[in-house]
Design a protein around this ligand. Structure first.
Ligand code: GLY
Length: 471
């Protein structure tokens, strides 16, 4: 069997799902070289070499790649930070190892303004109304405040405040959720504006879908739509998080959308990709997942909330375990520029995350509860892993922000562990995911209970029906 060495830069469950897919290769003897945010117990067990780079610094990732250059055939990068910082450009130049992720030029996740301007040129109809506030354009706070006020007047308060850069300030703030008065809105604005440019957009209402596509530079191969659950608590309450869980129906289309909705998504992404390709000196820079689009279906025109330049976490976990092909072969085809299609099992999948006590605003919402719970206790994943005896490959347990220390596994600060259920329908997949999540013991971890629930889906279906009627 041919040996293949793969470099993986890993942040959480998204990359653990990749490691799992590689480790299950039937066609190759895979050696994994994992540059990890921490000693992730899943990765540590499967890696031939494992290194911890807490900030996923691109120079350190490059050093690790260089030290193992002779054994590594290619690399794949999941997290946004190194992609935005140009890991591909650096590693390919220094080591010659090809990476699967966009080059810095195509990592448009780096700038929300850049994204809006790009869409404005190619598909202006998907942009909500927006205005850019660049500190260079205003003399003082009073001047920018006046400009913000008059723009928010135009939007009749229905505003979303976004920092240009992914990590600046307090992040995205939405009228009605993060602020309900002009003072609060401006306070949120300033917390971002002091770090740089801010964009204020019209808030669009509707139902969200996550679109992802693999790209080999020449072809864009769409993956099925998934639905993320971004809010911390059941019924989509509480602050936004990285995603508490996600689902995918049996086919490519979500239960609350139509084939025509999906078709419209495809038209939009094809237009963006087509423009990129036609203007690129070297379109192989687009390799990876350059378009992971958060769409908002409004019942009228489709809108883009934002685009990311990497796979979604958890959304890619809904897809990788049901690939019909060997993931190594898929990666080779991406690198060769001949990825024209991807075959998936016709299964529904549901991913649920369990998170630590203070995650997602729980500490602010329930301060007394969080103070009482015991943290720093080990987490026991054995019950969840044990369910593979019952469900076989239809359950996957993917630790994320967890660390192996002194033979025990501990949850750190972010999403701790994701359990994926696979089934013939969403309900079966959800039950497997929930049983797995409930079998994770210790660490005072908690999860949403309504990921892909019948009630949640019916609500989305009804909402879309209402929105379409208003058209
Ligand atoms: N699920 C949201 C994200 O990956 O950004």
């Amino acid at each position: 069997m041919k040996k293949v060495g793969v470099l993986v830069a890993s942040y959480g469950s998204r990359e653990v799902a990749m490691v799992d897919a590689f480790a299950r290769s039937r066609n190759y003897r895979v050696e994994l070289y994992v540059a990890d945010k921490q000693r992730n117990p899943f990765n540590v067990q499967r890696a031939a070499k494992h290194v911890v780079i807490p900030d996923l610094n691109v120079r350190e990732i490059c050093k690790f790649a260089e030290a193992n250059r002779d054994s590594i055939d290619f690399g794949i990068i999941g997290p946004e930070k190194p992609i935005i910082e140009g890991v591909r450009d650096l590693v390919e130049k220094q080591t010659g190892i090809p990476l699967i992720c966009p080059t810095k030029e195509y990592a448009i996740e780096e700038s929300k303004v850049q994204q809006r301007l790009l869409f404005q040129e190619i598909v202006p109809e998907v942009n909500p109304r927006f205005k850019v506030f660049d500190p260079k354009d205003y003399k003082n706070t009073a001047e920018v405040k006046q400009a913000v006020e008059s723009w928010v007047d135009e939007l009749q308060d229905q505003a979303v405040v976004k920092p240009d850069k992914p990590t600046a300030g307090k992040g995205v703030g939405v009228w009605g959720d993060h602020f309900t008065t002009r003072e609060e809105l401006f306070e949120h604005f300033l917390s971002n504006y002091q770090h740089g440019t801010v964009i204020i957009e019209e808030k669009v209402k509707g139902e969200e879908s996550s679109f992802q596509a693999f790209c080999d530079g020449k072809h864009l191969v769409p993956l099925p739509d998934t639905r993320d659950h971004k809010r911390a608590f059941d019924d989509d309450k509480g602050p936004n998080t990285g995603g508490m869980g996600s689902y995918k129906d049996k086919g490519d289309v979500l239960p609350f959308l139509s084939k025509a909705d999906r078709q419209r998504e495809l038209e939009v992404v094809e237009k963006i990709f087509g423009k990129w390709r036609s203007e690129a000196k070297d379109s192989s820079g687009l390799r990876g997942v350059p378009l992971y689009v958060a769409f908002m279906h409004t019942g009228k025109e489709l809108k883009i909330l934002e685009n990311n330049s990497r796979p979604g976490d958890p959304e890619i976990i809904n897809v990788l375990p049901i690939l019909k092909e060997d993931f190594i072969d898929v990666c080779f085809r991406i690198l060769e520029g001949n990825l024209t299609r991807i075959e998936l099992e016709k299964s529904a999948t549901v991913a649920t995350y369990k998170v630590p006590p203070s995650y997602g605003g729980y500490a602010e919402t329930f301060p007394n509860l969080v103070r009482k719970v015991e943290v720093g206790m080990p987490v026991d994943l054995s019950g969840a892993y044990g369910l593979s005896g019952k469900y076989g490959d239809n359950i996957r347990v993917y630790p994320a922000s967890m660390e192996q220390r002194d033979g025990e596994t501990y949850a750190l600060k972010s999403r701790a562990v994701c359990v994926l259920g696979v089934g013939d329908d969403l309900e079966t997949a959800r039950n497997v995911s929930l049983e797995g999540i409930n079998a994770v013991k210790g660490g005072a971890l908690w999860s949403r209970t309504d990921i892909a629930s019948k009630r949640h889906i019916e609500k989305s279906v009804k909402h879309m029906e209402e929105l379409r009627r208003k058209r």
